[in-house]
Design a protein around this ligand. Structure first.
Ligand SMILES: Cc1cc2nc3c(=O)[nH]c(=O)nc-3n(C[C@H](O)[C@H](O)[C@H](O)COP(=O)(O)OP(=O)(O)OC[C@H]3O[C@@H](n4cnc5c(N)ncnc54)[C@H](O)[C@@H]3O)c2cc1C
Ligand code: SF4
Ligand code: SF4
Length: 419
């Protein structure tokens, strides 16, 4: 029939070079148990073809894939896997794998936010901070929540992508992605959830009635901020546009996240009989898993290594504890208990911090070296994860040489050049 003529004429034409399909992302990352559930692929897909599977909570194809390659390009475990490319400069030096050397001579340093890439990375100002108003439910100093509330009050943002507790009674202590639009919603979402939320998928903002051209702050793990920064730096007008609403990125310093069922339901609830309804706070600090009840009793106080088998496997490959591509990085390490360590990395971050300053107690960062030490440990673990022997039938690119060969040949490597 006439209307099929074009299709018939196309039969036998070779696929254009460089196309990457969703199923290649699925094979290399999702089914290979390397997905860190950031949601970048969902946000990057221009045809809304990627959804989240109900049973596994992982990306899945819900419509036809056009082979546009963007899900692969921006996936922090796919084309954007810059962490895996940190070690070459380390390995090339004489120092050996124990010494991390990542500086401006490294061609791949750019996504880190610019030089200096060693130490704490690019930092404009650094502090220990807590909210001037004491608030229940915050993780450390409540600095993240106080900052967001100040920016909402000043009208600098219309909402903030954060994680709130799941409303499903079968999912206690599970964080789910949400856009908080009021101070009350920000406070409802305070504290840390040690699961990933496919956060960037939530940047499909239709359900939030934010009006035209909304301005959002995003609070996320460093891998999520990497996805945003890379998509914002794209060099074409269409596709991956959902991140255009993001005007501020706040990275929560992070060495690993966990599988919700594995950590909360199996290890805490079933094995250790933790009463999750009584829990006030779950924390990973000083190499320990701490679970505290509302009456102050410690339900769990154990070495974190007892829980390592429930961590996301893809986190082993991550070398970005400090959230180097964010406007502001915040964490607990480096400050006294009850304070948040704050690294302001950009002028935009500084302007936001200044806006919130009247609502904050601010003093010098207690122990910046503690942050540097943990960052180096994080990178050493990432380096070791690349030393696994290459299994041709196993996950793609776990072999380092193979990965670099593929990456060097890729026409899309330009997406990591952020500046
Ligand atoms: C998975 C994970 C691992 C972490 N690991 C470390 C670490 O190794 N070392 C360290 O120093 N700090 C780590 N942190 C950061 C730390 O737990 C605190 O979030 C940080 O110090 C800010 O504290 P606060 O009191 O200022 O934040 P709060 O005022 O309590 O606000 C916290 C904000 O983070 C949001 N949030 C919570 N969980 C998530 C999530 N899973 N994804 C996205 N947003 C979320 C909340 O919605 C809220 O807006 C980690 C955080 C997470 C979520
Ligand atoms: S790591 Fe992120 S971008 Fe990659 S497949 Fe998983 S959710 Fe998608
Ligand atoms: S360890 Fe790295 S990859 Fe894993 S959640 Fe944290 S920032 Fe993401």
């Amino acid at each position: 029939m006439k209307r099929y003529r074009l299709r018939e004429e196309m039969n036998g034409i070779d696929e254009p070079p460089g196309k990457v399909w969703f199923w290649e992302l699925a094979a290399g990352v999702i089914d290979a148990d390397r997905c860190i559930q950031c949601g970048t692929c969902v946000a990057a897909c221009p045809s809304n073809s990627i959804g989240i599977s109900e049973d596994r909570g992982l990306p899945e194809l819900v419509k036809m894939c056009t082979g546009c390659s963007l899900c692969w390009d921006f996936c922090p475990r796919g084309g954007l896997r810059y962490e895996a490319l940190w070690p070459p400069s380390t390995a090339a030096g004489d120092e050996g794998p124990e010494v991390v050397r990542s500086d401006a001579s490294d061609p791949y340093w750019k996504i880190t936010g610019g030089p200096p890439a060693e130490g704490l990375g690019a930092v404009v100002e650094r502090y220990a901070v807590r909210s001037a108003t004491r608030t229940d439910g915050v993780q450390d100093g409540g600095a993240v929540s106080a900052l967001l509330i100040a920016l909402l009050a000043s009208g600098d943002i219309d909402g903030a992508l954060v994680a709130k507790p799941s409303s499903d009674p079968e999912e206690p202590w599970k964080g789910v992605a949400t856009v908080a639009r009021t101070p009350a919603e920000v406070l409802e979402a305070s504290g840390s959830f040690y699961n990933q939320t496919m956060a960037l998928a939530e940047l499909d903002l239709g359900r939030y009635q934010l009006g035209p051209n909304p301005r959002l702050a995003v609070v996320g793990t460093p891998c999520e901020v990497q996805g945003i920064r890379a998509m914002q730096a794209r060099r074409w007008a269409t596709g991956a546009h959902r991140v255009d609403s993001v005007v501020l990125t706040i990275a929560l310093m992070c060495t690993k996240s966990f599988d919700y069922e594995g950590l909360i339901l199996r290890e805490l609830k079933d094995k250790r009989r933790v009463d999750l309804d009584r829990v006030a706070k779950i924390d990973v600090i000083d190499g320990k898993m701490i679970v505290e009840y509302r009456d102050g009793q410690l339900a769990v106080n154990e070495p974190i290594k007892n829980f390592h088998h429930t961590a996301l496997k893809g986190c082993d490959e991550c070398a970005d504890f400090l959230g180097r591509s964010a406007d502001i990085s915040m964490g607990s390490v480096g400050s006294l208990s009850g304070w948040t360590s704050v690294l302001i990395r950009s002028e935009r971050g500084l302007a936001a911090f200044e806006r919130a300053r009247p609502r904050l107690d601010v003093r010098a960062l207690d122990d910046p070296d503690a942050l540097v030490r943990l960052d180096k440990l994080d990178k050493r673990i990432a380096f070791r994860s690349l030393e696994r022997p290459f299994d041709p039938d196993g996950p793609l690119f776990v072999d380092y040489e193979e990965h670099v060969r593929h990456y060097e040949a890729s026409e899309r490597r330009a997406v990591v050049s952020l500046r």
